[in-house]
Design a protein around this ligand. Structure first.
Ligand code: SF4
Length: 710
């Protein structure tokens, strides 16, 4: 017998790198190998992807349902008992307090099929409006700004392969050298081809080290920075007047707002010297084509939508959108951050990126689901608001593919709200910090054990294939929803609407998305396998000469997705972060990721090799700040905000501004960064302000009395 090789994709980030999984004949082990035919990563993988199989066979892998016994311990139980307890827990809240007393919380790592089924389950089986997902924390500000400007939001409106061929890229609040290392080659090739890379980040990250120009604004001031650049564009006569006239609307008001942000004023707000602003404008405007790419930095702010909008305005004023090798794009973070938001697990959306408030969208989806449109609930709460309502308005929660005890802002409060629930059910592969609080834990299959589709940051829909047989005792999320629908349907056979075969679910998703902004109706599993991915929108027909639609790698070249085909300028103005430093909390904390861990660490903290590379949290401090504190490298320091205190070793570096400290957010316990973060929400996207909150830092080492940094 021979080894079996299955071409598939990494379970982690939005790059969705292609990989080959080689399984030994007895199925006892699986190894990751290079898959050179997938164009996005061209065979390259980061350490997370390379070690991903370790989670499949981890000794802490859950292989039996767990239920909480009378003594409060989680103990193994049969699937029958566990599913019965979940149906009872969700059903009781629904009958005692109404459908909206049941919450559903999903994840940006769920496949399209799971996200679609979870949204349908919430609205059809539970009848609740209270569903949202952790992707809200990831890209919703970029989505809101993209929709307002272009009439459509897709992470990148062009393939990554366009990056090396443009003239300049401004990378705002993104650190791909650590978050998605194989993508760094696109920026390296850009520079090799004579293009320039500008990185905007308060820290001199590994990515910033590759830049031609690094702008390091105070956290939360990149909106002002973008306005200052736009001011200079206008003042220096670099506006693309013809483009603005022919392809946009609303310029005058935006121009006026930018002119109020003169460079010296912007320097005072951001700390970025005027000559550097001028240099950035020159580098961005001189080439024929240029791009702006944003990530969590500008997005995870209480003004994230306006901040991204300011960068889009810069693109529009200079004619850098909807043209070859030019455009604005968002580098989404989670594995299916893009697809997960398109098919219905977001509080305000139906499949196909349709709006839940749109009567025509409700009618279309209701017909596919075989229900009365009026039976569909309206939009529910956003992710943080949903978590904040646990134990009060929301009494029972079904949670799938998320670990908010580590990843949500103001995490100690969120943990308290989760503990206040009457009932919590969690589907996961390991006992995450959130699963450990559950009344019932359902052990589910993971990436290599199941088939499904994801949509990467380019809008490329991909097929992840099952490569190995799951361990005995686990079931897929789709099976869980099927079984729960049977138990909660009250004899209505609702389980028929929840197939357990992913391809069957995808076939229904195709119909539900048909005609919507994210139209997948022309995509099939067969095409995904043969074509190595297909870009949405891809309608069922409309290809050349009436043939198969080829998909849409590049958006907006002919027109934007607005009623009149023009992009919209949205005027924005600078405003401070929600929590400015003061006497008591004189510094700003910003948070992010490290290369060897992924998100809440639920999977990667179970991999020895990754733990050896990144064993725990740390606090990055500038040497001047460390000196004031009396903090030494590796000694513990406490970071204190209005929401709590976290302790981690100091890492002293000139790569950070003296007025800012940085913590990665992958860990639980006393080093949990999200104990500190501020849940102030963007008014449009409802995204929390993870990227800036006021803190003080105290040295706690060597038994000395703590000194606070001022
Ligand atoms: Fe996986 Fe992302 Fe690493 Fe690629 S860059 S191997 S998708 S974690």
């Amino acid at each position: 017998m021979q080894n079996t090789v299955t071409p598939t994709h990494c379970p982690y980030c939005a790059l969705q790198c292609g990989m080959n999984l080689t399984r030994t004949p007895d199925g006892s082990s699986v190894e990751v190998g290079e898959r050179a035919d997938f164009p996005v990563n061209r065979g390259a993988l980061c350490g997370k992807g390379r070690t991903a199989p370790a989670v499949l066979s981890s000794r802490v892998r859950l292989t039996s349902p767990l239920v909480r016994d009378a003594g409060g311990a989680l103990v193994p139980a049969s699937w029958e008992e566990a599913l019965g307890r979940v149906a009872e827990g969700l059903g009781r809240a629904r009958s005692e307090f109404g459908a909206d007393a049941v919450g559903v919380f999903g994840g940006g790592g769920l496949t399209n099929e799971k996200a679609y089924s979870l949204g349908k389950f919430a609205r059809v089986v539970l009848g609740t409006s209270q569903i949202d997902y952790n992707g809200r924390f990831c890209m919703s500000s970029a989505a809101a700004a993209g929709n307002a400007a272009f009439g459509l939001d897709r992470g990148l409106p062009f393939p990554l392969e366009d990056i090396p061929r443009t003239g300049c890229v401004i990378l705002v609040g993104s650190n791909p050298a650590e978050t998605m290392p194989p993508s760094l080659r696109y920026f390296t090739e850009l520079r090799e081809n004579g293009g320039t890379l500008i990185v905007v980040d308060p820290r001199r990250t590994k990515t910033a080290e590759h830049a031609d120009l690094h702008l390091a604004p105070r956290p939360g001031t990149d909106l002002a920075l973008a306005l200052g650049l736009l001011h200079l564009v206008v003042a220096e006569g670099r506006t693309d007047e013809a483009y603005v006239r022919e392809r946009t609307a609303g310029w005058e008001e935006t121009r006026a707002a930018a002119m109020a942000h003169w460079p010296e004023y912007v320097e005072r707000i951001t700390g970025v010297p005027v000559p550097r602003l001028r240099e950035a404008v020159r580098l961005f405007c001189e080439p024929e084509a240029a791009m702006v790419l944003t990530a969590r930095g500008p997005e995870q702010q209480a003004k994230g939508t306006d901040t991204v909008g300011a960068w889009i305005n810069l693109c529009l004023a200079t004619g850098r959108a909807g043209r070859p090798l030019s455009g604005y794009g968002c580098l989404t973070g989670q594995g299916n951050g893009q697809g997960g938001r398109e098919h219905g697990q977001k509080a305000d959306q139906l499949p196909g990126y349709r709006k839940l408030t749109d009567p025509a969208a409700r009618a279309h989806v209701a017909e596919v689901w075989g229900v009365d449109p009026d039976s569909l609930p309206g939009p529910g709460r956003s992710a943080y608001e949903l978590l904040d309502a646990l134990g009060t308005d929301i009494r029972s929660l079904l949670l799938m593919g998320s670990n908010p005890v580590v990843s949500a802002p103001r995490a100690a409060h969120v943990e308290e709200r989760i503990r206040a629930l009457d009932f919590l059910a969690v589907c996961d592969v390991v006992l995450s910090e959130t699963a450990a609080l559950a009344d019932v834990v359902l052990p589910v299959t993971q990436w290599a054990e199941e088939t499904g589709t994801t949509t990467n940051l380019e809008g490329r829909v991909l097929l992840r294939r099952r490569a190995i047989t799951p361990p005995e005792g686990v079931r897929s999320d789709l099976e869980v929803l099927h079984e729960l629908a049977a138990r909660l349907g009250g004899g209505r056979n609702l389980e028929k609407g929840f197939p357990t075969d992913p391809e069957e679910v995808f076939e229904e998703l195709r119909r539900a998305s048909a005609g919507g902004p994210a139209d997948y109706s022309g995509i099939t599993y067969r095409r995904l396998a043969e074509e190595n991915g297909v870009f949405w929108p891809c309608p069922a027909s409309g290809g050349p000469e009436g043939g198969v639609h080829p998909g849409t790698p590049r958006l907006f070249h002919d027109r934007f997705a607005t009623g009149d085909g023009r992009a919209r300028f949205v005027p924005v103005s600078h405003r401070p972060v929600a929590e400015e430093p003061d006497e008591e909390y004189p510094l700003l904390l910003t948070t992010g990721r490290v290369v060897a861990q992924y998100q809440s660490g639920a999977q990667t903290r179970r991999v020895d090799e990754l733990n050896a590379a990144a064993p725990g949290p740390f606090v990055e401090l500038h040497p001047r700040l460390a000196e004031r504190l009396g903090a030494a490298e590796g000694e513990p320091v406490a970071v204190v905000s209005r929401r709590g205190r976290a302790v981690a070793p100091a890492r002293i570096t000139t790569a950070i501004r003296p007025d800012t400290v940085f913590m990665p957010f992958h860990w639980a316990g006393e080093g949990r960064a999200n104990t500190l973060t501020n849940p102030a929400l963007d008014p449009t996207s409802r995204m929390p302000e993870f990227k800036a909150c006021a803190v003080r830092v105290e040295a706690v080492g060597a038994g000395e009395p703590a000194r606070a940094a001022r």
